[in-house]
Design a protein around this ligand. Structure first.
Ligand SMILES: Cc1cc2nc3c(=O)[nH]c(=O)nc-3n(C[C@H](O)[C@H](O)[C@H](O)COP(=O)(O)OP(=O)(O)OC[C@H]3O[C@@H](n4cnc5c(N)ncnc54)[C@H](O)[C@@H]3O)c2cc1C
Length: 521
């Protein structure tokens, strides 16, 4: 299967034609979009690409061809895709290397170090914050992108302790398939699951849709190994330790600037035999959020708990062909097996009682199933809409419960003010992860844009949202990371703690070859 160089997924995948037509019909009423506005993406052949400026050792799996260099020129943010689709891209890696072993990684880093070449670790390339983009790197500096997907095995598993040592280039489906042989599962399911990798999850501090129970990726890593320009860093894994700072946590969120993560020992779980799920409709988003706060502050953490605000629920109903009802939808999912079924059922009953107390009405499993089906389809929908000059993008933050609704309203109003000052569109939101002290807010925005003005308009909306988040007590990212796109806000958020990150960077990578100009300057 061949990955699309300018879109989500493999060649031949996408929204089926009849569904696409239905969606466009709905949009024609709402956004005034018609089939006439279709803009055909440029062909790969028409993209001009300079000759590579470097030649790497022959014993490595190196690719210099156009497809590989264009595919690896950026991640999968709206900005990345609109540039690729319009052929507006001028910077490419000089070479793409697929290491097959640790020795290959050592050789690549040594080659880059000796020659002052930029080295970008690349997992699935699904970053949405510019963290694998070549564009902003000094054009005079050659760059190699290191695609880790040839290092993708489960090395060993300790079934009794439920841990597994895994190579960093493994993608979600491959990891699940290999863990299944040991009766284990990671339960880490980001929406990008099919294409993103363990190394990318660690380097970006990823969250999956079961993270409210099992934790984000940083909670799942017991130990890791990384190869840096200064040598190999590895820690001994324990269930817990007080032996100095937490080394895996130093590498989680490092976004490739310290070195290349080659493997990690991950904490796994039993494969659930049974899933229990339902949904509750609330009169308002605020009420549903209060309900979720009560659930988790009473010590019950359903693996999946999400709240769609009124706009998001309406869009979800339209896309799945349901009748449109007003309100905010809380969806909840538990996992059980024979041994713990009774415990899980009592937690489920507790959730039901709290939801009813807060005015939620049980909508049953169907709304949950509709949401699930649509969840992995959404990135393909974004691709389709981009071809009609509709901006669709998402951004996320987290804040305390006491600030949650204030931040939600301010970000939504801020983005809407920019959208409506120039065009038509909308903003929706969902709570994706809940904690005892707060929750994450995940916004989706869409707007009709003039052809050729899409990126500029997108940036105006995104900048407004990011400024508002930064000024109103939210983090610039709950799980997408910093990359190159969020650097200005991250600098404000990290403040004095930047000296720690810079000290580690300067020590491990004194020549600044690892993912230059990413995360920090
Ligand atoms: C449609 C869509 C849905 C998404 N959904 C989610 C979601 O639900 N949850 C979520 O958390 N994120 C999500 N993301 C963002 C993205 O998928 C995550 O950030 C993911 O963790 C990136 O993994 P990757 O393997 O694709 O990494 P890449 O995009 O290849 O790289 C991301 C960063 O990690 C570094 N890196 C990659 N591999 C290594 C390595 N082995 N060693 C050192 N550094 C490395 C790169 O240099 C870069 O800085 C989504 C993105 C898209 C486009």
């Amino acid at each position: 299967m061949i990955l699309k160089w300018n879109g989500w997924g493999y060649e031949g995948e996408g929204i089926k034609q009849d569904k696409a037509k239905k969606i466009l019909d709905v949009l024609s009423g709402f956004l005034g979009v018609s089939e006439k506005e279709y803009v055909e993406p440029v062909k790969l052949e028409s993209i001009k690409i300079p000759e590579p400026r470097i030649k790497i050792k022959d014993n490595l799996d190196v690719r210099y061809d156009k497809y590989e260099r264009v595919l690896h020129s950026s991640g999968r943010s709206y900005k990345n895709l609109v540039r690729l689709k319009r052929g507006n891209i001028k910077r490419f890696p000089d070479a793409v290397v697929y290491p097959k072993s640790k020795q290959d990684v050592i050789d690549i880093i040594e080659f880059c170090s000796n020659n002052g070449i930029g080295c970008i670790p690349f997992g699935g390339g699904t970053s949405v914050v510019g963290s694998v983009d070549t564009y902003d790197i000094d054009p005079e500096r050659p760059v190699i992108t290191v695609d880790m997907k040839s290092m993708s095995d489960v090395i060993e598993a300790d079934v009794k302790s439920k841990t597994a040592k895994v190579m960093a280039g493994i993608t979600g489906p491959n990891l699940e398939e290999k863990l299944r042989k040991f009766g284990l599962a990671s339960r880490h399911y980001p929406q990008s699951f099919y294409f993103s990798t363990l190394g990318g999850w660690i380097a970006s501090r990823s969250a999956g849709h079961f993270s409210s129970r099992y934790g984000k990726i940083e909670d799942m890593i017991e130990s890791l190994e990384a190869i840096t320009p200064k040598g190999i860093v590895r820690n001994h894994g324990f269930p817990s330790t007080a032996c100095g700072p937490d080394i895996p946590r130093i590498f989680t969120g490092s976004e490739g600037i310290f070195g290349i993560i080659t493997e990690a020992v991950i904490r796994c779980h039993k494969i659930p035999e049974k899933k229990i799920s339902t949904s509750f409709l609330f009169p308002s988003f605020e009420r549903a959020a209060e309900c979720a706060r009560n659930i988790v502050q009473n010590g019950v953490f359903p693996p999946l708990i999400r709240i769609l605000d009124e706009r998001e629920y309406m869009i979800s109903s339209v896309l799945s062909g349901n009748t449109i009802e007003s309100g905010s939808l809380l969806i909840v999912g538990f996992e059980a097996d024979e041994e713990n079924q009774k415990v899980v059922e009592s937690e489920f009953e507790f959730v039901r009682r709290v939801c009813q107390k807060f005015g939620g009405t049980d909508e049953g499993k169907k709304r949950f199933e509709d949401w699930k089906k649509e969840y992995f389809e959404q990135p393909y929908l974004r691709d389709l809409l981009m071809d009609f000059c509709i901006i669709v993008d998402t951004l996320e933050t987290a804040t305390s419960w006491s600030n949650l609704i204030n931040l939600y309203k301010k970000v939504k109003e801020g983005m809407e003010s920019v959208i409506f000052s120039e065009s038509i569109g909308g903003v929706s939101c969902r709570i994706t992860h809940v904690y005892e002290s707060g929750a994450s807010l995940y916004f989706t925005f869409f707007a009709k844009a003039k052809f050729g003005y899409e990126e500029e308009f997108w940036w105006k909306i995104k900048k407004k949202a990011s400024d508002t988040i930064s000024e109103n007590g939210g983090t610039i990212s709950h799980h997408h990371g910093v990359g190159r796109d969020h650097k200005i806000w991250a600098r404000k958020e990290l403040k004095d703690s930047l000296i720690v990150i810079k000290a580690i960077k300067n020590n491990l990578d004194p020549k600044n070859i690892m993912n230059p100009e990413n995360l920090i300057d």
